[in-house]
Design a protein around this ligand. Structure first.
Ligand code: COA
Length: 176
């Protein structure tokens, strides 16, 4: 158990096969919100989410990925991951994170980020660089990443399109 800023007791753990339904609910709620993530209202089927989880569990087993989820009771309130690339980029892990709307700004994002980096360092020997993409308008996330030592290495002008229009895609890295 870990405590958030407001004292909520949360659990951080790896995913299990039995999490498919709760993950499915989580991703569709996040998608509906049309926030700073890839899903912008698209609906994910239970079948697709189950396949995604199956692949994820296999990749964790093979030490090609670390995924951690934050639970408040039975509810998933945040997911983070570091996914290794392949071949000449097999020393690079791609980072991603989201926290459920009602649980933001309570320290969950920082707790998850600290744990996933620690866990990836421990379990994935090849990991030398972590990279991520963040939308330029997502100033909160950008600030959090800078706080963790991430530095910007690129910018794709208008690399993101959402309902509200174009945004620049920023690329950041951190050496391990
Ligand atoms: C970005 C995100 C993961 C951060 O998670 P979180 O649980 O809200 O973050 P935390 O509560 O751990 O806060 C981290 C820092 O951001 C600050 N912060 C968080 N929400 C904030 C807000 N609404 N306004 C101002 N600052 C805020 C916190 O004060 C904290 O700063 P500190 O270290 O100086 O105290 C979360 O906001 C989120 O999921 N957003 C939508 C999806 C997303 O943007 N994902 C990232 C894609 S690149």
């Amino acid at each position: 158990m870990t405590k958030t800023k407001t004292g909520k007791e949360i659990t951080i753990r790896y995913p299990r096969k039995s999490d498919a339904e709760e993950m499915w609910r989580y991703i569709n709620e996040l998608s509906k919100e049309k926030t700073f993530v890839r899903f912008q209202g698209e609906e994910v089927s239970f079948e697709d989410e189950s396949k995604y989880l199956e692949t994820m569990l296999k990749r964790i087993e093979e030490k090609k990925s670390v995924t951690l989820m934050a639970f408040f009771g039975e509810e998933i309130i945040g997911i983070t991951g570091i996914n290794m690339m392949e071949k000449t980029e097999k020393h690079i892990g791609v980072f991603g994170i989201s926290v459920a709307k009602d649980y933001r700004n309570d320290g969950v994002g920082k707790i998850l980020m600290e744990k996933v980096i620690e866990e990836a360092k421990k379990n994935i020997e090849e990991l030398k660089i972590i990279i991520l993409e963040v939308y330029a308008k997502n100033s909160i996330a950008k600030r959090v990443y800078e706080g963790f030592g991430f530095k910007q290495y690129g910018l794709l002008p208008e690399g993101i399109i959402r309902d509200e229009g174009f945004d620049d895609a920023l690329f950041m890295y951190k050496k391990i």
